[in-house]
Write a protein that binds this ligand. Structure first.
Ligand SMILES: [Zn+2]
Ligand SMILES: [Zn+2]
Length: 357
């Protein structure tokens, strides 16, 4: 009997040690998998962030001499009825190619300027748009992955904090029974969040010293996770907002102008080679440069949803070399067609704007 009992004990011990080994292996395996996901993700995030931070005064600044407008053969955006190209008074009258903008924070002109991002302390241009979107989309993914091991514990603690807060006399008096709790912390959702924070505060006074640190409900951890969630929602919203403008062929600046200021002082010069010659003698002006105002509702660089998206996605991850020759942005063919069909054109020596409307 004693022999059987000792055998049972040794079998139990064997199983117990096997179980521990399996637990260790499973934990170690999960931990390995966790770091295998987190480390590359954070390295990538860091790399994308750095790629947006560098070149504060150098990247995408116009380095091209002012072209001779009489030698241009493709339709281009100009600033007046003379077909003049834009210059920047803050950059000593240097040429400001179409879609460029002077960033007052960086103190330089940027080609294909989108917006100045305070989070990276640099301008976001269309050339860096892919990196910018990657940063915005990787942030919520990194947040979700990095907190993966503590989700069950965190959810359990949140539920416990809420229940504790609801049954606590003090919490009911200062928060749940007060009508202001529905208003002063972001409405009903805020009432629930603040009530939960009070629950965490109460739980702090009831800590069990024998429990490991991660098993102790922590208000600090809850606040950090909540702020991380808010930040992730913010970056995701910003990514979607930016993409909404991109697929319409707009930069963030264009989008703001379209929504608010309705910039109407834009013109396109169609050099004589590009004017519809089929009109022949019917329109003598067809032999001259044609300058037409852009209508407020027209998107000058919108090439269609798919083409706009491909234009961004097909760009390289690195900045174009500063020695690269200037590439004129392609003008919306529908707008160009409307301009070519516009009966009245403005001769280069005329100072009166004439358009279809
Ligand atoms: Zn400038
Ligand atoms: Zn800037």
């Amino acid at each position: 009997m004693a022999h059987t009992s000792s055998r049972t004990k040794s079998i139990w011990r064997y199983h117990h040690s096997l179980e521990l080994q399996l637990q260790f292996k499973s934990k170690f395996g999960s931990l390995g998998l966790y770091f295998a996901a987190v480390l590359p993700l954070f390295s990538l995030l860091g790399l994308v962030y750095v790629s947006l931070v560098v070149g504060r005064t150098t990247h995408n600044t116009p380095r091209h001499p002012m072209p001779d407008k009489d030698e241009l053969t493709e339709p281009y955006e100009c600033i007046n009825l003379e077909g003049d190209l834009a210059t920047c008074s803050k950059c000593d009258g240097a040429w400001k190619p179409p879609r460029s903008h002077h960033c007052s924070t960086c103190g330089v002109c940027r080609m294909e300027f989108d917006h100045h991002c305070p989070w990276v302390g640099n301008c976001v241009t269309r050339a860096r748009m892919k990196n910018f979107l990657a940063l915005l989309l990787l942030t919520p993914i990194a947040y979700l992955v990095v907190l993966l091991p503590i989700y069950p514990t965190l959810l359990r603690h949140m539920s416990l904090a809420l229940t504790t807060s609801h049954v606590d006399a003090w919490a009911n008096q200062v928060w749940w029974d007060w009508y202001g709790s529905w208003i002063f912390f972001g409405g009903p959702f805020g009432r629930w969040i603040f009530g939960m924070a009070l629950g965490f505060r109460i739980l702090k006074t009831q800590r069990k010293p024998d429990l490991p640190l991660i098993e102790q409900p922590s208000l600090r951890l809850f606040v950090i996770c909540a702020l991380g969630l808010l930040f992730s929602v913010f970056t995701l919203t910003l990514a979607l907002w930016t993409m909404k403008d991109l697929v319409r062929g707009l930069t963030t600046l264009d989008g703001m102008q379209e929504r608010h200021t309705k910039n109407t002082s834009r013109f396109v010069c169609i050099p004589s080679e590009n004017v519809d010659s089929s009109r022949g003698a019917e329109d003598a002006a067809a032999t001259r440069n044609k300058i037409v105002a852009v209508l407020p509702e027209e998107r000058l660089y919108d090439l269609g949803t798919w083409s706009n998206l491909c234009d961004i996605l097909e760009r390289p991850w690195r900045d174009p070399p500063s020695t690269a020759s200037y590439k004129w942005p392609q003008v919306n063919p529908t707008v160009l067609d409307r301009m070519r069909k516009t009966k009245k054109s403005v001769p280069s020596d005329n100072s009166i704007a004439e358009t279809d409307n």
